[in-house]
Design a protein around this ligand. Structure first.
Ligand code: HEM
Length: 148
């Protein structure tokens, strides 16, 4: 059953297996939930950074984003494998991965490395813009979603 499903998934890039130990659709919704949690946690930390809030130092605030981002990436990789859609093969997934790298870099500047508040605020806006772009690419499956 598992082998049949995997054989089916690799035969075409748009026919994910219907059922493994975990349903494709369930995993996609899990991935979307992780994306929403990741973006919300980043926004919350960004607001606390702008206010120089001590809330940022709470233990769960330092741990939860890493956990959520790990699950987001793990589910992304499994979805890509199951559906036979890969970065540097499908343009929209290439765009997502490159934008994700930019989001990570700008996010680090916004929350940690930015020397002044203005630099941090600018990086925060840029990172949130890239996050919105990633969601738009995911929903349209187009690297240029606003022209689609
Ligand atoms: C901040 C990072 C990310 C966000 C916000 C995000 C968001 C989303 C969303 C909203 C969907 C659902 C689209 C729909 O309605 O069908 C989705 C699906 C998907 N994402 Fe991501 N994603 C992220 C990272 C990644 C990465 C890095 C990869 C690449 C390996 C990836 C691979 C996929 C795949 C393969 C699907 C399923 C497409 C389908 O079969 O419909 N995601 N993502």
């Amino acid at each position: 059953m598992l082998q049949r499903s995997l054989a089916k998934s690799s035969s075409t890039s748009r026919s994910p297996p219907e059922r493994l130990f975990l349903d494709y659709s369930t995993l996609k919704h899990f991935h979307m939930g992780c994306a929403a949690a990741s973006g919300s946690l980043f926004l919350l930390r960004g607001v606390w950074m702008l206010r120089a809030s001590p809330q940022l130092q709470q233990r769960w605030v330092r741990v939860a984003p890493h956990l959520v981002d790990t699950l987001l990436l793990a589910s992304a990789l499994i979805l890509a494998g199951w559906s036979g859609q890969y970065p540097f093969v499908q343009g929209w997934l290439t765009a997502k991965v490159l934008a994700l790298l930019g989001y990570i870099v700008l996010g680090t500047i916004a929350l940690k490395r930015g020397r002044t508040r203005a630099i941090r605020a600018g990086a925060l806006v840029g990172a949130l813009g890239l996050f919105g772009y990633i969601v738009a690419v995911a929903l349209t499956r187009q690297p240029l979603p606003f022209l689609a």
